[in-house]
Structure formats: C-alpha cells, structure tokens
Write a protein that binds this ligand. Structure first.
Ligand SMILES: Cc1cc2nc3c(=O)[nH]c(=O)nc-3n(C[C@H](O)[C@H](O)[C@H](O)COP(=O)(O)OP(=O)(O)OC[C@H]3O[C@@H](n4cnc5c(N)ncnc54)[C@H](O)[C@@H]3O)c2cc1C
Length: 251
C-alpha cells in the first residue's frame, strides 16, 4: 500500500523549513498531496511542491512528531508515502494571482510552472509573520511577474497582512493557500473567481472516514482545492473544522 521513495537531497530553507527531494516517479496536479507515514508515529498530509521526471519535492515546516521524524531523515533514507491524492488547482490561460500565507506557498512552484506552460502571467502575494519566517523560493521568483511580501512587523516587505495588499479585481483567477481564516477574509474581499486549498485532518485520504467532512464535502477527495464560491456556501467554512477526535470545533 505504501510507496517507497528515497531522499535524494534535503535543503535547509530556514531553521524550521526544509525542502525534501524524493526519488520516485509520481504524476500529480498542482495542489494534490501525499500522506507520509512516520513508523510508530502516524501519518500526515503534505502538498507536492514540485516534481520532475523521477523526483518530487515537499516543502515541510517543522511542527510536531511526523515533521520531527522527517527532519531527522538524511539523504539515501527511505520514506513511505501514499498518494498523490485529491483534486488540485485548475490551470487556466490568463492573468492570475497566487496568494499564500506561511508554508501555504508549498504547492506554488508546480502550480506556477504549469501556469507558465500555458502562457499565463502570475503575480504572487505572500504573507509572513516576520523576517525569520519569510520563505523565498528561487523557482517562484524566476517565474512570477512580481512578488509582493508582507510581514506583520514590517521587518521585510510591506508592513501588515496579505489581505491589506491584494487587489480586489483585475485577475482572471486567484489561487489561495494558507490559513482558512485568511482564505475566508480574502474571498469576502475580492470580486473575482478563486480556488482555495484547504487544510483539514485527513486520515484515510480516500473519502471513507469522514475526518475532513465540511458541509457534505470530503476535503481529502473533493478537495483539498475548492472553488471559492462553493466554499462561501458552506456554513462551516472559516469557522469550524473537525479535531483529532472527529468532533466539530471552532477553527
Ligand atoms: C492537504 C494538506 C496539505 C498540506 N501540505 C503541507 C505542506 O506542504 N507543508 C507542511 O509543512 N505542512 C503541510 N500540511 C500540514 C501538515 O499536514 C500538518 O502541519 C501536520 O500537523 C504535521 O504533522 P506533525 O506530526 O508534525 O504535527 P502535529 O500537529 O503534532 O500532529 C500530530 C499528529 O496528528 C496527525 N495529524 C496532524 N495533522 C494532520 C492532518 N492534517 N491530517 C491527518 N493527520 C494529521 C498526525 O498523525 C500527527 O502525528 C498540509 C496539510 C494538508 C491537510
């Protein structure tokens, strides 16, 4: 059931953020995710950040036990994973805006490459807490028409949060990835089509267990990427999710 990939390279992007290059041939749409298994610990989902012929990349922020396990892995170690799963972003030809907060930027390199392949032009808006949490990805820089960075303390880029600086209109599509409360605010502000990648507890990844249920959607298979207008119809969106015990709790 698990596929085995070999870690080819681990790049330290910042103290708590690493880019893992894993040797294994996978095919995935931007926004799809894999479930990584940490033996005797558990599983957690991670977006495919980019992929090449027989290598895929994950951009991982250290958080708890699964990411802690991954941070201890070295080149040539084997990791076990399932997927890619879920529905990713759609690729359109036009003028688009990519918006992320924190490690929400993870799926953007592959998304950006696919958008460039069809001739789209993309502006990128990234929000972070402070200078030490800023994630700079060279591949994004090379492909974006422009990148706007905000930090809450103004230590780099524009002082404030991402919702302060994004335009309300003027793009064919906005791609959003980050905290659900951020996505909720953005969708209420902008007047254009949008697609949002949601983060939920995803146990089976197959649409069976219901851990990620959101008003009739199963985020693991119907998402994680949804059309903004569908999310705005969901009473739970931006307000509630299901915790580790499956019960509805405030976000
Ligand atoms: C679709 C999707 C894509 C994601 N992409 C990225 C990414 O590219 N980079 C990144 O850094 N993070 C990503 N995340 C978030 C990442 O899955 C969480 O930060 C996860 O909590 C890390 O596990 P942990 O054990 O280190 O942390 P903890 O929060 O300590 O988790 C404790 C335990 O809870 C379980 N768990 C935690 N979160 C989840 C979850 N969402 N679903 C199922 N079980 C869970 C795991 O078994 C874990 O051991 C993504 C989440 C989703 C839903």
């Amino acid at each position: 059931m698990y596929r085995k990939g070999v870690i080819e390279e681990v790049e330290e992007v910042s103290e708590n953020l690493r880019l893992f290059r894993i040797r294994h041939r996978v095919s995935a749409d931007p926004g799809q995710y894999v479930l990584i298994w940490a033996p005797n610990i558990g599983e957690a989902p991670f977006s495919i950040s980019d992929l090449y012929e027989d290598v895929f990349e994950l951009l991982i922020a250290r958080k708890g036990r699964v990411t802690g396990y991954l941070f201890e892995r070295k080149p040539n170690d084997t990791i076990r994973f399932r997927g890619p799963y879920g529905r990713g972003f759609s690729i359109i030809k036009g003028k688009v805006m990519l918006i992320a907060g924190g490690y929400g930027v993870a799926p953007f390199p592959l998304l950006m490459r696919k958008l460039r392949e069809v001739g789209s032009k993309a502006d990128v808006f990234l929000g972070f807490k402070d200078r030490s949490s800023v994630i700079e990805l060279k591949s994004l820089k090379d492909m974006a028409e422009r990148i706007v960075i905000t930090t809450e303390d103004g230590s780099i880029g524009v002082k404030g949060v991402i919702t302060d600086v994004i335009p309300n209109s003027g793009y064919d599509l906005a791609y959003i990835c980050g905290r659900e409360s951020m996505a909720y605010e953005i969708l209420r502000k902008i007047k254009m089509d949008a697609e949002v990648s949601l983060e939920r507890i995803m146990r089976c990844g197959l649409g069976i267990c219901g851990s990620c249920a959101l008003n009739g959607f199963r985020v693991c298979v119907d998402g994680p990427v949804f059309r903004g207008r569908d999310l705005l119809m969901c009473e739970e969106f931006g307000k509630f999710w299901r915790g580790m015990n499956g019960l509805r709790e405030p976000i």
